[in-house]
Write a protein that binds this ligand. Structure first.
Ligand code: IDP
Ligand code: MG
Length: 166
């Protein structure tokens, strides 16, 4: 079984994705709840740190919203407290994490999703999640250095995936 795990890890490129626990998540005491959800799902936490975001970093991170009237407010709300940035890994991790977060607007997000269960707001919607594999790679490099992302065996691997899924 050890050999199989070794082969899986080297033959299959598991996706990695970025999650940011926003200041509203920290202030509302939901850090554990949110991390617990990703853990229970079977995603592997391979990087985590608390950091204070800067205007410069956020301008880059939210560049796709630069023309919006609420751009400054988005940046300000992300600098109210430190945030927690995490890297989660798994098969189709980008899509899995994004669907667990739910749609942007917490009022419209369905119950069962993180935003649907914990948010009443478009802005204060608990988490940021990468929206594609390409974006995830860029965003992880934005918030983590290489030595802050850890590669290690996930011991319950064979109970999370079937052979023909890998
Ligand atoms: P996403 O977080 O679901 O990927 P994006 O469109 O990438 O949504 O927007 C990034 C963040 O900007 C959202 O999570 C939210 O905090 C904020 N935002 C997006 N659209 C609006 C809006 O129409 N009003 C206020 N804030 C918004
Ligand atoms: Mg987005």
């Amino acid at each position: 079984m050890g050999c199989e795990i070794f082969l899986h890890l080297f033959l299959i490129i598991m996706e990695k994705t970025l999650v940011i626990l926003k200041p509203c998540c920290l202030q509302r005491g939901l850090i554990g709840e949110v991390i617990h959800r990703f853990e229970r799902k079977g995603l592997q936490l391979c990087g985590i740190k608390m950091t204070w975001l800067t205007d410069e970093l956020l301008a880059e991170h939210y560049a796709h919203l630069a023309a919006k009237p609420f751009f400054k407010r988005i940046k300000d709300s992300m600098m109210v407290t430190p945030v927690i940035v995490c890297c989660w890994k798994g098969l189709d991790a980008v899509e899995v994490v994004r669907s667990m977060a739910g749609p942007t607007n917490g009022r419209q997000a369905p119950p069962g999703t993180i935003r649907g269960d914990y948010s009443m707001s478009v802005q204060e919607n608990i988490v940021h999640t990468s929206d594609s594999v390409e974006t995830a790679a860029i965003e992880l490099a934005r918030f983590f250095s290489d030595d802050e992302i850890f590669e290690f065996d996930q011991h319950k691997f064979d109970f999370l995936y079937a052979n023909d899924e890998l």
